[in-house]
Design a protein around this ligand. Structure first.
Ligand code: SF4
Length: 286
């Protein structure tokens, strides 16, 4: 039986015992949600329209339905906001899935066909939005953990899934299978880089030499205010992940858009400096 956690402050919004500590609510509405003893809690009730809207975004994004609100005011409008703009033609989909542990997925609107980067939960609200936005042509799957409802989206939109051969067990009938370790120039502006470490066939997607979609390979750590990789969640090889990161440090990009962890934009020069510092730290820890 779920129960409202006693770590919440009294009021409208609350987190219940279904929380799996995925961090999404703390990223989306940091003024209102905090980490308390390994789970999220509402540590300040939203004040004003903007905070309420963000709290509703968190409620809708939560993969386990662990966030509740006694008052549904603003829920429908918040639903209409998805997918949420990141920058230019890149969006965060919200509606994360429990089976990807609440991993973020993204949408790239493109004149040659839209890309889904990893997959969200299959929900009618998003399906309808994707239809309005021109459908989905490709579904890029960074690795086996974050496929969520990719197969259902592929079937609905006739989309082509892209995954590495060593992750294929998660999506055996994928249409494009990346082989080996070589970078793939998949389409103009879209490069697929093989970055083993977190898993053996982990991929990242570099779009326009600006947006790097990193899956579980690389993220921004908000506490340290720096780039980071997650040794405690490295399932294949930390040493190999360090070598992958060293190759990645030679690429140009401004945005890090991960499955887990914070998104971050920096000037390309600063991003390169921080990447090289991360490579050094990882080497020291290997
Ligand atoms: S989004 Fe849901 S599951 Fe994730 S930390 Fe917040 S309350 Fe917990």
């Amino acid at each position: 039986m779920t129960k409202r956690l006693d770590t919440n402050v009294p009021g409208d919004f609350f987190v219940n015992s279904n929380c799996i500590d995925c961090d999404q609510c703390r990223q989306i509405a940091p003024a209102n949600f905090s980490d308390v003893r390994g789970m999220s809690a509402v540590t300040k009730q939203p004040r004003g329209d903007e905070e309420r809207r963000l709290a509703m975004h968190a409620l809708l994004t939560c993969p386990t339905g662990a966030i509740g609100s006694e008052n549904q005011e603003g829920l429908q409008a918040a639903m209409e906001d998805f997918p949420l703009l990141v920058e230019e033609n890149v969006y965060f989909n919200g509606f994360t899935a429990r089976n990807s542990y609440g991993a973020s997925s993204y949408l790239i609107l493109h004149p040659d066909g839209n890309w889904l980067v990893d997959a969200p939960r299959y929900v009618p609200q998003l399906v309808e939005k994707f239809e309005q936005l021109g459908g989905i042509r490709y579904i890029f799957l960074s690795h086996q953990d974050d496929v969520a409802d990719a197969a259902r989206y592929a079937e609905k939109f006739g989309a082509e899934r892209i995954i590495h051969e060593w992750e294929l067990s998660a999506q055996p009938d994928a249409e494009h299978v990346i082989q080996g370790l070589d970078t793939v120039e998949f389409a103009p502006e879209f490069r697929i880089l093989v970055q083993p470490g977190h898993t053996r066939g982990h991929l990242v997607l570099l779009y326009q030499e600006k947006y790097l979609f990193t899956g579980d390979h690389l993220a921004w750590d908000r506490e340290r205010q720096d780039l980071d990789a997650f040794e405690d969640f490295c399932w294949y090889s930390w040493e190999v992940q360090g070598r992958s990161m060293a190759r990645l440090a030679g690429e140009t990009f401004q945005w890090v858009l991960p499955g887990h962890g914070d998104r971050k934009k920096l000037p390309a020069d600063e991003m390169r400096v921080r990447m090289n510092q991360l490579v050094q730290r990882m080497g020291a820890r290997a």
